[in-house]
Design a protein around this ligand. Structure first.
Ligand code: ARG
Length: 400
């Protein structure tokens, strides 16, 4: 059965997405395959990947630079939302998916394709994110996910590829499944499937082991403008440079590792290791600056929004109306979130040690215990009388 004629395939250069090319052609009757590799700052040479796709049988091999868009359009809103899935994971992989989906849809329109394809399997979150994002952006486009259906084991996949001249991985392939981009690395599978198994040091690339970190602390002041990071130590940096630099500093001090059991969209619990140095520091610093510049009620209300927002991103609902509505709320709150946060990096910790803002609503004259105190102490008694009325009435009734 011919599933589609012309397909744009999300391509990473790995065995699975490479095997997708002959598989789509030979098993699903696809006539032409255009591959698309997104450069999201994964620090990998994309030139060889471009070549490889053509060798595997693609008629066209696209490499699209998306690093800047990734940071400004996907990571930055997540920072403003202090987005941490299950209070821990800053969504470094999840944020990349709606952007890659958008690139696929745009390429499909440009090249007149009737379908897009990806190499995700049936158990992960990424298939959900791709399919839903593509659906939201262009409901008429077919989505093909061969790896979800082909039922081949790792060995069978490699053997299938070899029939079509796709070289099997040279070195004994790593037992881990790794996803990487500018924001971080996600590592799972292999020995990590045992939740009690300590992650071996070798899996980390962006963060140092505590034993290897500098003895001396290092300080960095992060400047935010309307909730977006714009400066490091007073120097205005473009978004990609800022993240890159902060990844280096935080990683050098062993900051940014997460080891968690998370709840996947498809209902499976999975053990995942992340290293996301800059993103974690930026969220912590941003949240701190909000504590200086937002009122208590906005801050508290925003916490609930943040949790929903993180779940929407994790669950593949980036382009959905609820996400857009929450964006409007979050953006509105960021108007006054301008200022600086001083962070001390030392031995695996990024500790916030100071903050300042021209929009600070911290009132020293009210907070102080010194002689300059302006707080009306007599008012407290009346306030507590009224605030406590329901408690008093209830206590009198029930405790007689
Ligand atoms: N669990 C993470 C997420 O859902 C990462 C998924 C990809 N991870 C991987 N190791 N291949 O966003």
């Amino acid at each position: 059965m011919v599933r589609a004629h012309k397909v744009v395939l999300a391509y990473s250069g790995g065995v699975d997405t490479s095997v997708c090319i002959p598989y789509l052609i030979n098993e699903w009757g696809v006539k032409e395959i255009i591959t698309l590799a997104a450069d999201l700052g994964q620090g990998e040479e994309l030139g060889p990947i471009k070549e490889k796709a053509l060798r595997c049988g693609a008629v066209e091999s696209l490499v699209v630079d998306g690093v800047e868009a990734f940071v400004t359009e996907y990571a930055f809103p997540a920072i403003q939302a202090n987005a941490l899935y299950e209070n821990r994971y800053p969504l470094s992989t999840a944020l990349a998916r709606p952007l890659i989906a958008k690139m696929l849809v745009e390429a499909a329109v440009k090249y007149g394709a009737d379908a897009v394809a990806h190499g995700c399997t049936a158990k992960g979150n990424d298939q959900v994110r791709f399919d839903l994002a593509i659906m939201a952006l262009n409901p008429n486009l077919k989505v093909l996910a061969p790896a979800r259906e082909w039922g081949m084991s790792r060995e069978e996949t490699i053997a299938y590829g070899e029939k079509f001249g796709i070289e099997s991985p040279v070195k004994k392939s790593s037992p881990y499944s790794i996803d990487r981009n500018l924001l971080g690395r996600s590592i799972e599978a292999g020995p990590l499937e045992d939740p009690m198994h300590e992650p071996p040091e070798e899996i980390y690339l962006m963060t140092k082991a505590i034993a290897d970190t500098p003895e001396q602390p290092e300080y960095i002041t992060i400047g935010f403008t309307k909730g977006l990071p714009t400066h490091l130590d007073g120097k205005n940096l473009d978004p990609v440079t800022l993240i890159t630099r902060l990844n280096e500093v935080a990683g050098n001090h062993g900051v940014g590792r997460i080891d968690m059991i998370e709840n996947r969209v498809v209902g499976i619990k999975s053990r995942e290791i992340y290293e996301t140095p800059a993103l974690l520091v930026l969220i912590a610093a941003h949240r701190d600056l909000e504590s200086l510049t937002l009122t208590a009620d906005v801050t508290r209300y925003k916490r609930g929004i943040e949790q929903t927002y993180s779940e929407l991103i994790y669950q593949g609902l980036w382009y959905n109306p609820l996400k857009q509505a929450l964006d409007a709320f979050i953006l509105n709150t960021q108007e006054r979130v301008t200022g600086s946060v001083r962070v001390k990096f030392h031995k695996g910790n990024a500790t916030i040690v100071g903050r300042e803002s021209e929009n600070s609503i911290y009132a020293p004259s009210l907070a102080t215990y010194g002689a300059e105190d302006q707080f009306d102490h007599r008012a407290a008694e009346g306030f507590i009388y009224i605030w406590g009325l329901p408690t008093r009435v209830w206590a009198e009734k029930t405790r007689g």
